[in-house]
Design a protein around this ligand. Structure first.
Ligand SMILES: NC(=O)C1=CN([C@@H]2O[C@H](COP(=O)(O)OP(=O)(O)OC[C@H]3O[C@@H](n4cnc5c(N)ncnc54)[C@H](OP(=O)(O)O)[C@@H]3O)[C@@H](O)[C@H]2O)C=CC1
Ligand SMILES: O=C(O)C1=N[C@H](C(=O)O)C[C@H](O)C1
Length: 259
Protein backbone atom coordinates (compact mmCIF):
# COMPACT_ATOMS: atom_id res chain seq x y z
CA UNK A 1 0.00 0.00 0.00
CA UNK A 2 1.43 3.38 -1.00
CA UNK A 3 0.84 6.17 1.52
CA UNK A 4 -0.11 9.64 0.27
CA UNK A 5 0.02 13.10 1.84
CA UNK A 6 -2.07 15.82 0.17
CA UNK A 7 -0.92 19.42 0.58
CA UNK A 8 -3.77 21.86 0.03
CA UNK A 9 -6.36 19.19 0.85
CA UNK A 10 -9.11 21.71 1.64
CA UNK A 11 -8.79 23.56 -1.68
CA UNK A 12 -10.81 23.01 -4.83
CA UNK A 13 -8.30 20.53 -6.30
CA UNK A 14 -7.25 19.13 -2.94
CA UNK A 15 -10.81 18.04 -2.14
CA UNK A 16 -11.09 16.17 -5.44
CA UNK A 17 -7.70 14.58 -4.80
CA UNK A 18 -8.77 13.38 -1.34
CA UNK A 19 -11.74 11.59 -2.89
CA UNK A 20 -9.56 10.12 -5.62
CA UNK A 21 -7.02 8.68 -3.18
CA UNK A 22 -9.84 7.36 -0.96
CA UNK A 23 -11.23 5.53 -4.00
CA UNK A 24 -7.93 3.81 -4.92
CA UNK A 25 -7.27 0.28 -3.62
CA UNK A 26 -3.48 0.62 -3.83
CA UNK A 27 -3.23 4.05 -2.14
CA UNK A 28 -3.89 5.17 1.42
CA UNK A 29 -4.38 8.79 2.45
CA UNK A 30 -2.33 9.10 5.64
CA UNK A 31 -1.86 12.86 6.03
CA UNK A 32 -2.89 16.28 4.80
CA UNK A 33 -1.23 19.68 5.02
CA UNK A 34 -4.01 22.23 5.27
CA UNK A 35 -3.30 25.47 7.16
CA UNK A 36 -6.88 26.24 8.21
CA UNK A 37 -8.53 22.81 8.36
CA UNK A 38 -10.03 22.11 11.79
CA UNK A 39 -10.40 18.62 13.25
CA UNK A 40 -14.20 18.94 13.26
CA UNK A 41 -14.15 19.40 9.47
CA UNK A 42 -12.89 15.85 8.86
CA UNK A 43 -16.21 14.39 7.77
CA UNK A 44 -17.02 17.25 5.41
CA UNK A 45 -13.57 16.82 3.87
CA UNK A 46 -13.77 13.00 3.57
CA UNK A 47 -10.85 12.51 5.99
CA UNK A 48 -10.82 9.37 8.13
CA UNK A 49 -9.95 9.67 11.83
CA UNK A 50 -6.47 8.21 11.27
CA UNK A 51 -5.45 10.84 8.70
CA UNK A 52 -2.91 13.24 10.26
CA UNK A 53 -3.80 16.91 9.79
CA UNK A 54 -0.80 19.25 9.69
CA UNK A 55 -1.22 23.00 9.72
CA UNK A 56 2.40 23.97 9.07
CA UNK A 57 5.15 22.52 6.89
CA UNK A 58 7.65 22.04 9.69
CA UNK A 59 5.18 19.87 11.63
CA UNK A 60 5.03 17.23 8.88
CA UNK A 61 6.62 13.97 9.99
CA UNK A 62 9.06 12.18 7.70
CA UNK A 63 7.77 8.71 6.86
CA UNK A 64 4.09 9.62 7.25
CA UNK A 65 3.68 9.08 3.48
CA UNK A 66 5.59 7.97 0.39
CA UNK A 67 4.04 10.48 -2.03
CA UNK A 68 3.55 14.24 -1.56
CA UNK A 69 0.66 15.40 -3.74
CA UNK A 70 0.68 19.20 -3.94
CA UNK A 71 -2.27 21.41 -4.90
CA UNK A 72 -1.51 24.55 -2.91
CA UNK A 73 -0.57 28.07 -3.96
CA UNK A 74 2.27 29.48 -6.07
CA UNK A 75 3.83 31.18 -3.02
CA UNK A 76 4.12 27.85 -1.14
CA UNK A 77 4.94 25.27 -3.78
CA UNK A 78 8.73 25.71 -3.90
CA UNK A 79 9.16 25.36 -0.12
CA UNK A 80 6.74 22.44 -0.05
CA UNK A 81 8.49 20.46 -2.79
CA UNK A 82 11.94 21.16 -1.36
CA UNK A 83 10.76 19.98 2.05
CA UNK A 84 9.21 16.89 0.46
CA UNK A 85 12.45 15.93 -1.29
CA UNK A 86 14.54 16.65 1.80
CA UNK A 87 12.30 14.30 3.78
CA UNK A 88 12.14 11.50 1.18
CA UNK A 89 8.61 12.03 -0.15
CA UNK A 90 8.12 11.55 -3.91
CA UNK A 91 6.49 14.82 -5.07
CA UNK A 92 3.55 14.87 -7.49
CA UNK A 93 3.05 18.56 -8.12
CA UNK A 94 -0.02 20.11 -9.70
CA UNK A 95 0.52 23.55 -8.19
CA UNK A 96 1.65 26.12 -10.73
CA UNK A 97 4.00 29.06 -10.27
CA UNK A 98 7.47 27.48 -9.92
CA UNK A 99 10.06 29.63 -11.70
CA UNK A 100 12.43 28.00 -14.20
CA UNK A 101 15.30 28.34 -11.71
CA UNK A 102 13.26 26.79 -8.89
CA UNK A 103 12.17 23.92 -11.13
CA UNK A 104 15.76 23.29 -12.24
CA UNK A 105 17.04 23.31 -8.67
CA UNK A 106 14.36 20.88 -7.48
CA UNK A 107 15.03 18.51 -10.38
CA UNK A 108 18.76 18.52 -9.64
CA UNK A 109 18.04 17.84 -5.98
CA UNK A 110 15.78 14.91 -6.92
CA UNK A 111 18.49 13.52 -9.21
CA UNK A 112 21.04 13.65 -6.40
CA UNK A 113 18.62 11.84 -4.09
CA UNK A 114 17.40 9.40 -6.79
CA UNK A 115 13.83 10.31 -5.84
CA UNK A 116 11.08 10.11 -8.44
CA UNK A 117 8.64 12.95 -8.90
CA UNK A 118 6.41 14.73 -11.37
CA UNK A 119 5.60 18.38 -11.99
CA UNK A 120 2.52 18.61 -14.20
CA UNK A 121 1.16 22.05 -15.11
CA UNK A 122 -1.96 20.28 -16.30
CA UNK A 123 -3.27 16.78 -15.52
CA UNK A 124 -6.07 17.00 -18.12
CA UNK A 125 -5.76 14.98 -21.32
CA UNK A 126 -7.25 17.76 -23.47
CA UNK A 127 -4.59 20.21 -22.26
CA UNK A 128 -1.75 17.70 -22.66
CA UNK A 129 -2.87 17.13 -26.26
CA UNK A 130 -3.35 20.84 -26.89
CA UNK A 131 0.28 21.45 -25.89
CA UNK A 132 1.49 18.63 -28.12
CA UNK A 133 -0.54 19.84 -31.11
CA UNK A 134 0.47 23.47 -30.56
CA UNK A 135 4.15 22.53 -30.55
CA UNK A 136 3.66 20.68 -33.83
CA UNK A 137 1.71 23.53 -35.46
CA UNK A 138 4.29 26.14 -34.41
CA UNK A 139 6.83 24.56 -36.78
CA UNK A 140 4.63 25.74 -39.65
CA UNK A 141 2.87 28.77 -38.13
CA UNK A 142 5.38 30.95 -36.26
CA UNK A 143 2.84 33.74 -35.63
CA UNK A 144 0.95 32.71 -32.52
CA UNK A 145 -0.87 34.11 -29.50
CA UNK A 146 -2.34 32.31 -26.49
CA UNK A 147 -5.57 33.09 -24.65
CA UNK A 148 -6.21 31.31 -21.36
CA UNK A 149 -9.49 31.66 -19.47
CA UNK A 150 -9.97 30.64 -15.84
CA UNK A 151 -12.29 30.96 -12.86
CA UNK A 152 -12.15 34.24 -10.98
CA UNK A 153 -10.46 32.70 -7.90
CA UNK A 154 -7.29 31.74 -9.73
CA UNK A 155 -4.30 33.27 -7.96
CA UNK A 156 -1.64 33.18 -10.67
CA UNK A 157 -1.48 34.58 -14.18
CA UNK A 158 -0.65 33.46 -16.73
CA UNK A 159 -1.77 29.91 -16.08
CA UNK A 160 0.97 27.31 -15.80
CA UNK A 161 -0.47 25.59 -18.84
CA UNK A 162 -0.30 28.74 -20.98
CA UNK A 163 3.28 29.37 -19.92
CA UNK A 164 4.23 25.76 -20.67
CA UNK A 165 2.54 26.01 -24.07
CA UNK A 166 4.54 29.16 -24.85
CA UNK A 167 7.78 27.45 -23.81
CA UNK A 168 7.08 24.44 -26.02
CA UNK A 169 6.23 26.69 -28.98
CA UNK A 170 9.36 28.76 -28.37
CA UNK A 171 11.51 25.61 -28.61
CA UNK A 172 10.47 24.89 -32.19
CA UNK A 173 9.08 27.90 -34.02
CA UNK A 174 11.21 29.29 -36.81
CA UNK A 175 12.52 32.83 -36.53
CA UNK A 176 10.13 35.29 -38.09
CA UNK A 177 9.27 38.94 -38.58
CA UNK A 178 7.37 40.58 -35.71
CA UNK A 179 5.19 43.62 -36.33
CA UNK A 180 7.34 46.74 -35.85
CA UNK A 181 6.47 50.00 -34.09
CA UNK A 182 3.40 48.74 -32.26
CA UNK A 183 1.89 51.32 -29.87
CA UNK A 184 -0.35 50.48 -26.93
CA UNK A 185 -2.81 53.31 -26.29
CA UNK A 186 -4.13 51.34 -23.30
CA UNK A 187 -1.46 49.86 -21.01
CA UNK A 188 -0.81 46.12 -21.45
CA UNK A 189 -3.64 45.69 -23.92
CA UNK A 190 -1.47 43.42 -26.08
CA UNK A 191 -1.06 40.99 -23.17
CA UNK A 192 1.99 39.44 -21.53
CA UNK A 193 5.04 38.52 -23.56
CA UNK A 194 7.03 35.27 -23.40
CA UNK A 195 9.91 35.50 -25.90
CA UNK A 196 7.63 37.34 -28.34
CA UNK A 197 4.61 35.09 -27.77
CA UNK A 198 1.66 37.10 -26.45
CA UNK A 199 -0.34 35.54 -23.62
CA UNK A 200 -3.76 36.91 -22.62
CA UNK A 201 -5.28 35.89 -19.28
CA UNK A 202 -9.05 36.09 -18.74
CA UNK A 203 -10.56 35.63 -15.23
CA UNK A 204 -14.34 35.27 -15.00
CA UNK A 205 -16.86 33.54 -12.73
CA UNK A 206 -18.44 30.49 -14.37
CA UNK A 207 -15.24 29.44 -16.13
CA UNK A 208 -13.07 26.55 -14.89
CA UNK A 209 -9.97 26.21 -17.14
CA UNK A 210 -9.77 26.83 -20.90
CA UNK A 211 -7.04 27.62 -23.40
CA UNK A 212 -6.87 28.69 -27.02
CA UNK A 213 -3.76 28.81 -29.14
CA UNK A 214 -4.27 30.98 -32.21
CA UNK A 215 -1.95 30.64 -35.19
CA UNK A 216 -2.10 33.08 -38.09
CA UNK A 217 -0.68 32.58 -41.57
CA UNK A 218 -1.03 34.17 -45.01
CA UNK A 219 -4.77 34.10 -45.66
CA UNK A 220 -5.45 31.37 -43.11
CA UNK A 221 -5.60 30.70 -39.40
CA UNK A 222 -5.55 27.71 -37.07
CA UNK A 223 -7.11 27.68 -33.61
CA UNK A 224 -6.51 24.90 -31.09
CA UNK A 225 -8.76 24.96 -28.03
CA UNK A 226 -9.26 22.85 -24.93
CA UNK A 227 -11.88 23.16 -22.18
CA UNK A 228 -11.86 21.69 -18.68
CA UNK A 229 -15.51 21.99 -17.61
CA UNK A 230 -15.10 20.09 -14.33
CA UNK A 231 -12.10 19.63 -12.01
CA UNK A 232 -12.85 15.90 -12.00
CA UNK A 233 -11.29 15.89 -15.49
CA UNK A 234 -7.84 16.33 -13.92
CA UNK A 235 -8.17 13.27 -11.70
CA UNK A 236 -7.41 10.53 -14.25
CA UNK A 237 -4.04 12.20 -14.82
CA UNK A 238 -3.43 12.51 -11.09
CA UNK A 239 -4.28 8.81 -10.68
CA UNK A 240 -1.71 7.76 -13.32
CA UNK A 241 0.88 10.03 -11.69
CA UNK A 242 0.32 8.48 -8.26
CA UNK A 243 0.62 4.99 -9.74
CA UNK A 244 3.75 5.67 -11.81
CA UNK A 245 5.83 8.12 -9.79
CA UNK A 246 7.68 5.31 -8.01
CA UNK A 247 8.99 4.05 -11.37
CA UNK A 248 10.94 7.31 -11.84
CA UNK A 249 14.38 7.98 -10.36
CA UNK A 250 14.19 11.78 -10.59
CA UNK A 251 11.59 14.51 -11.08
CA UNK A 252 10.20 14.99 -14.58
CA UNK A 253 8.02 17.75 -16.02
CA UNK A 254 4.80 17.09 -17.91
CA UNK A 255 2.20 14.34 -17.61
CA UNK A 256 3.12 13.15 -21.11
CA UNK A 257 6.44 11.88 -19.68
CA UNK A 258 4.63 9.04 -17.91
CA UNK A 259 1.75 8.30 -20.29
N1 LIG B 1 -1.92 20.64 -12.64
C1 LIG B 1 -3.24 20.70 -12.81
O1 LIG B 1 -3.83 19.94 -13.57
C2 LIG B 1 -4.03 21.71 -12.05
C3 LIG B 1 -3.36 22.60 -11.26
N2 LIG B 1 -4.04 23.51 -10.53
C4 LIG B 1 -3.22 24.34 -9.67
O2 LIG B 1 -3.34 23.82 -8.34
C5 LIG B 1 -3.20 24.88 -7.41
C6 LIG B 1 -4.39 24.86 -6.45
O3 LIG B 1 -5.56 25.17 -7.17
P1 LIG B 1 -6.98 25.23 -6.44
O4 LIG B 1 -7.22 23.98 -5.70
O5 LIG B 1 -7.95 25.68 -7.44
O6 LIG B 1 -6.71 26.41 -5.38
P2 LIG B 1 -7.45 26.70 -3.98
O7 LIG B 1 -7.17 28.13 -3.68
O8 LIG B 1 -8.85 26.23 -4.04
O9 LIG B 1 -6.68 25.75 -2.95
C7 LIG B 1 -5.39 26.02 -2.49
C8 LIG B 1 -5.25 25.41 -1.11
O10 LIG B 1 -3.89 25.53 -0.68
C9 LIG B 1 -3.92 25.82 0.69
N3 LIG B 1 -2.67 26.44 1.09
C10 LIG B 1 -2.31 27.75 1.05
N4 LIG B 1 -1.07 27.90 1.49
C11 LIG B 1 -0.63 26.67 1.82
C12 LIG B 1 0.58 26.18 2.35
N5 LIG B 1 1.61 26.99 2.62
N6 LIG B 1 0.70 24.84 2.58
C13 LIG B 1 -0.32 24.02 2.32
N7 LIG B 1 -1.50 24.42 1.82
C14 LIG B 1 -1.64 25.74 1.57
C15 LIG B 1 -5.11 26.71 0.88
O11 LIG B 1 -5.53 26.66 2.21
P3 LIG B 1 -6.22 27.95 2.90
O12 LIG B 1 -7.30 28.39 1.95
O13 LIG B 1 -6.71 27.43 4.18
O14 LIG B 1 -5.14 28.98 3.01
C16 LIG B 1 -6.12 26.09 -0.06
O15 LIG B 1 -6.89 25.11 0.59
C17 LIG B 1 -3.06 26.16 -8.23
O16 LIG B 1 -1.69 26.46 -8.39
C18 LIG B 1 -3.64 25.79 -9.58
O17 LIG B 1 -3.09 26.53 -10.64
C19 LIG B 1 -5.40 23.58 -10.56
C20 LIG B 1 -6.10 22.74 -11.36
C21 LIG B 1 -5.48 21.72 -12.18
O1 LIG C 1 -5.96 27.15 -11.35
C1 LIG C 1 -6.54 26.34 -12.11
O2 LIG C 1 -7.75 26.14 -12.05
C2 LIG C 1 -5.73 25.61 -13.08
N1 LIG C 1 -4.45 25.72 -13.01
C3 LIG C 1 -3.51 25.08 -13.87
C4 LIG C 1 -2.76 26.12 -14.66
O3 LIG C 1 -2.42 27.18 -14.10
O4 LIG C 1 -2.47 25.89 -15.83
C5 LIG C 1 -4.14 23.99 -14.70
C6 LIG C 1 -5.52 24.30 -15.18
O5 LIG C 1 -5.42 25.32 -16.11
C7 LIG C 1 -6.41 24.71 -14.03
Amino acid sequence: MTKVLIAGAAGAMGQKAVQLVNSMDDMQLTAVLAPHLADNQRTANHLADNVAIYHALDDVQEGVANIWLDFTVPSAVYDNVKFALQHNFMPVVGTTGLTDDQEKELIEFSENKHLGGLIAPNFGMSAVLLMKFAKKAAQYFPDVEIIEMHHADKKDAPSGTALSTAKLIDQVRPSHQTSPDETETLANVRGGDYHGIKIHSVRLPGYIAHEQVLFGGAGEALTIRQDSFDRQSFMSGVKVALQKVATLDHMVVGLEQIL
